[in-house]
Every structure is written in structure tokens, then in C-alpha cells.
Write a protein that binds this ligand. Structure first.
Ligand SMILES: Cc1cc2nc3c(=O)[nH]c(=O)nc-3n(C[C@H](O)[C@H](O)[C@H](O)COP(=O)(O)OP(=O)(O)OC[C@H]3O[C@@H](n4cnc5c(N)ncnc54)[C@H](O)[C@@H]3O)c2cc1C
Length: 502
């Protein structure tokens, strides 16, 4: 436990993802707090946390909601500071949508908010204008590529033309935000954890699974939270307990002695990766991120390890453990209560990290639409990564209404990573009673307005009309399915065709 000086508040934060890390950093910047972060993972950053990843999109004001857009622009100003050790890369982000779709309304409002924040975004209203968001050399329209393509055409050479590297973007609208980009996500969390421990003397403990609260009844009969109970039996006490447990929150609150949280749900989102050679990576390295607000598909430029990651931001899938799993309390709680629980590489039996077969097919299809050559490549890995979702896509940052000293700082809803440098400031503002009313209303525990409108929303998912499905283990892809030719022809597995399930 961190030792508190006279007058300092002792804070216990459960979870070392971006909500936990950012809160601890801002508590130390503000002063008056001593912090202990507890995480169930044996190594940190937790390998299966939503925040731990090779990259995440860092949009700069690319939100339809003007309040969140402004907070987002502020986050990017923070990302540029040396304290984030160059983890942020300003590649530009292309926000696109099919003309006339709900995504179109989102993109138009988002473009307006970006311009209102003084960012010189480039509106692209035709296919040709959208393609211009990519470097001329990449799209094969610089002088050298044009000449090479002309020679290829005249001599019928078989070598692929550079013009086929990039999709056509028919019937689309878009804009390029040159101030947006991506972050090396796992490394950024590591940077934050190191600063908490080394610069500020905060305590960070891995391998500490919280299984309950230490509570006592106050004079008014209300519960007063005094700390947390670990799976080892140890109690860790504090003046404030902050729940920053991401997608595991519903399972934690479904354990014996806790009260379930009906307003949040864990949803699994599908990710796939392609390995490039250093030469190929060089070709794709100057590209922007593209995020399609119609399908939810997005794809990054290559990482320093020459990996291209793509994913789909949609309603996702849920997972209910079928059997109580004695090695996993969260599965146990899920099997008992039916709450959705993350099935990750650390879940016994989930080590392969496979995604639903149907999502694999969609990822390949959308990747080929943007980068036709990459759509023909094997995937090297997939991952089901877990959001904690609310019905309105806004986060949950509020005190528990019935348990004193217990604060929620969670429900990132698939778009919180980019706020790592500044979300903790708002969480500390909440604790100190200075959070702006517009944000306070959005993030409260009870009485939220769940009505959605794409032109003012803070979150919009691909395939909006589709229902969220509960997955079963047999719905998941196998390593064989990662091959490029997997969807070319139906394939017999045992007595049934797996293609029939797509
Ligand atoms: C596939 C995917 C892509 C995304 N892409 C983007 C993007 O491009 N841009 C963006 O801005 N956002 C993105 N997000 C969203 C973003 O990653 C999340 O909103 C954010 O990382 C959530 O952080 P967190 O701290 O709430 O949760 P997490 O990072 O999941 O951290 C929760 C931590 O709590 C710990 N924990 C859980 N239960 C317990 C317990 N009982 N005891 C102790 N410790 C516990 C876990 O081990 C974990 O370390 C994406 C998310 C996913 C899944």
C-alpha cells in the first residue's frame, strides 16, 4: 500500500488500463493523494487488457459530439508532449462513410467540429478526392509511378500496378484530419506506469485480483467502502476505491456479495493482423489510418515491427461462460448469472485468441476494399478485444449511488484509449466536485438519456442495424481460417461445411 502523508487521501485503483493509469497520474500531478493500483494480471500492462495493443487510433476532434471533440483535441495536445516518449504518431486519419448513411451524418458533424477547433482538415467529396488523402507515390500517381504504369500497360507486364494498391471509394464521403494519427498503445501504458512508480512513488501491484469490497454500515445505514478484498484473502484499505476494471466490471459485480450493474456490458471486438516485409512496410508507411463509419472497419499504417492491424468497431459479440470454471472467478460469475465476460488469451481455453469466423470474413473483405493487395495475404493473428459498453456510448465516471467512497471510472466503449493523457484529469475533477456539468451529465451512473443521434453522438458503430450476438466456442475461427485462400471455396470439416455458418 502506498504510504500516505498527513492529509493525503489514500486511493486504491482497481485496474491498470488507461482509466487507472491516467487517474493515478493526474492525482499525483494535482497533489494530495497517494495511490495503489491493483491488477489481476501477473504481468503489466495486462496482456489481455483493452488498453494493451500494438496500436490505437488517436483522433483529434473527430467526434460528432462537440463536447467530446474539444476534450479530444486537448488530449492530442497532451500526446505531443515529450512525457509520452514519442508513442504518438501523427499519420493523419481519414474518416469516411457511405453517402446517405448514418455514418455520413456522423462524418459531416465530425468534420465541422474539427474545423471549429481550428484544424485544417481536407474535405473529400469524390472518390478521386478521397484517394488524394494517400501519398501520390503510394497511389501510383507520382511522376515515376505514372511512367512505370504506362510502360506496364504498353508492354503488358505482369507486375502489379501501383494503382491497384488503393481502393476506389465509390459512393463515399470523407475528410482527412492531418492532426490525428495512432499511438503505440501498450508502450504508452508502460510509459504511464513507469512514471507513476518512478516519478511519483505510486505503488503498482500485479497478480492482485480484487474479488469484493470491504464495507461497513454508516450511521444512515448507507454502505461505506473502506477498501477491497483480494482473491488471496488480503484486504487493501483506502479512503477512495476506484473501479477501473474495463470489460471485467460486470463479472466483478456479479460475484457473491456484490450488486450487479445492468447498465454496462462486455462486448468482444474482432481484430486481425498482416505481417509485411520491411520493403512492403516502407511502401505503406506514409499512409493515414482510415476509419469507415458505415461498416466500422479501420486499418492502420504498419507498426515499427511491419505489422498492419485492422479491426471492426461494431456492436461486437457477447460471451457467457457455459460451465463454472474453477480456475477463473469471472467465468464462474458469468456461468452463474449470465453476464457477458471477456474470453481472452488469459482465459483458460481461450489462448488462441480466435475471433468469430464471420468477423474474419468481413475483415478480409473490407481490407481488400481499402488495400486490394493486402486482402490477399494470410493473417498472422487475430484477437477478440473487449469493450465495456453502455447503451449510449458515453463512459461511466461517477460515484456509486449507494456505496460511499466507491467511484467508477470505466466503460470506455471502444473509444477511450485516445484520452489516456487527459481523462484522469476529468476523473480527479469528478472527485473534487469540479467536473464541468456537460461532462458530468454524460458520464453519470443513473438517469442518462440513451437516445442516439448520429449527428451529435460521441460513438457510432458499424452495421448499426445488426443485433449483438452471443458467441459459442464452436463459432470461432481456427488458425487454418487465417489463410488467404480460406474463403475461396466451401471447405468440409468433419460432416459439415464450415462455410454454411457464414
Ligand atoms: C479491439 C479494440 C480496439 C480499440 N481501438 C481503439 C482506438 O483505436 N482508439 C481508442 O481511443 N480506443 C480504442 N479502444 C478502446 C480502448 O482500448 C478502451 O476504451 C480502453 O483501453 C479501456 O481502458 P480500461 O482502463 O477501461 O480497461 P482495460 O484496458 O481493459 O483495463 C482494465 C484492467 O483491469 C484489470 N482488472 C479487471 N478485473 C480486475 C479485478 N477483479 N482485479 C484486479 N484487476 C482487474 C485488467 O486486468 C485490466 O488490466 C479499442 C478497444 C478494443 C477492444
Amino acid at each position: 500500500m502506498a504510504t500516505a502523508s498527513q492529509g493525503e487521501k489514500k486511493v486504491v485503483i482497481i485496474g491498470a488500463g488507461i482509466f487507472g493509469v491516467s487517474t493515478a497520474l493526474w492525482m499525483y500531478k494535482r497533489g494530495g493523494y497517494s495511490v495503489t493500483i491493483l491488477d489481476k494480471a501477473q504481468t503489466l500492462p495486462a496482456p489481455d487488457a483493452a488498453s494493451t495493443d500494438i496500436n490505437k487510433i488517436i483522433r483529434s476532434g473527430d467526434y460528432a459530439d462537440p463536447t467530446i471533440a474539444a476534450l479530444n483535441v486537448d488530449a492530442v495536445n497532451e500526446w505531443r508532449k515529450p512525457e509520452w516518449e514519442g508513442t504518438y504518431h501523427e499519420s493523419g486519419v481519414v474518416m469516411t462513410a457511405e453517402c446517405g448513411s448514418a455514418g455520413n451524418a456522423y462524418v459531416e458533424s465530425s468534420y465541422k467540429n474539427v474545423c471549429d477547433n481550428g484544424i485544417p482538415a481536407m474535405h473529400c467529396k469524390t472518390s478521386a478526392e478521397i484517394r488524394k488523402a494517400w501519398p501520390a507515390k503510394f497511389r501510383g500517381e507520382d511522376a515515376v509511378s505514372t511512367l512505370t504504369n504506362a510502360v506496364s500497360t504498353v508492354t503488358h507486364l505482369a507486375s502489379p500496378s501501383t494503382t491497384r494498391r488503393l481502393g476506389q471509394f465509390h459512393n463515399r464521403t470523407a475528410y482527412l484530419n492531418p492532426h490525428s494519427g495512432w499511438a503505440e498503445a501498450g508502450r504508452a501504458v508502460e510509459v504511464g506506469l513507469r512514471r507513476i512508480a518512478n516519478e511519483y512513488g505510486g505503488v503498482i501491484r500485479a497478480g492482485c485480483e480484487v474479488v469484493g469490497l470491504v464495507e461497513e454500515r454508516g450511521g444512515d445505514g448507507k454502505s461505506v467502502v473502506q477498501g477491497v478484498q483480494l482473491a488471496s484473502g488480503e484486504q487493501v484499505l483506502g479512503d477512495i476505491v476506484i473501479v477501473a476494471t474495463g470489460a471485467w466490471t460486470p463479472a466483478l459485480f456479479a460475484q457473491d456479495g456484490m450488486e450487479q450493474l445492468p447498465q454496462v456490458i462486455a462486448t468482444g471486438q474482432s481484430v486481425a493482423k498482416v505481417q509485411l516485409t520491411p520493403e512492403e512496410a516502407q511502401i505503406y508507411s506514409g499512409n493515414p489510418v482510415i476509419f469507415d463509419m458505415k461498416s466500422g472497419f479501420y486499418v492502420f499504417p504498419p507498426t515499427p515491427e511491419n505489422i498492419v492491424k485492422c479491426a471492426i468497431h461494431d456492436k461486437g459479440v457477447t460471451y457467457q461462460a457455459e460451465q463454472p470454471n474453477p480456475n477463473c472467478r469471472n467465468d464462474e460469475a458469468s456461468a452463474k448469472t449470465g453476464v457477458s465476460v471477456p474470453r481472452t488469451i488469459l482465459t483458460p481455453g481461450g489462448e488462441a485468441g480466435c475471433i468469430p469466423l464471420e468477423m474474419l470474413r468481413k475483415l478480409r473483405h473490407h481490407l481488400a476494399e481499402v488495400y486490394p493487395e493486402l486482402g490477399k495475404r494470410d493473417f498472422i493473428a487475430t484477437r477478440l478485444c473487449w469493450y465495456l459498453d453502455t447503451p449510449d456510448g458515453d463512459w461511466l465516471i461517477d460515484w456509486h449511488p449507494k456505496k460511499q467512497n466507491l467511484l467508477f471510472a470505466t466503460a470506455g466503449c471502444g473509444h477511450a484509449f485516445k484520452f489516456l493523457p487527459n481523462i484522469g484529469r476529468e476523473i480527479v475533477n469528478k472527485i473534487e466536485g469540479t467536473l464541468a456539468p456537460a461532462l458530468d451529465n454524460k458520464w453519470r451512473f443513473e438517469g442518462r438519456n440513451h437516445a442516439r443521434d448520429a449527428s451529435t453522438d460521441s460513438d457510432l458503430r458499424g452495421n448499426e442495424g445488426h443485433a449483438r450476438v452471443a458467441i459459442k466456442v464452436e463459432d470461432l475461427a481456427t488458425s487454418h481460417d487465417l489463410k488467404a485462400d480460406r474463403f475461396a471455396a466451401p471447405q468440409k470439416i468433419g460432416n459439415h461445411s464450415r462455410e454454411s455458418r457464414l
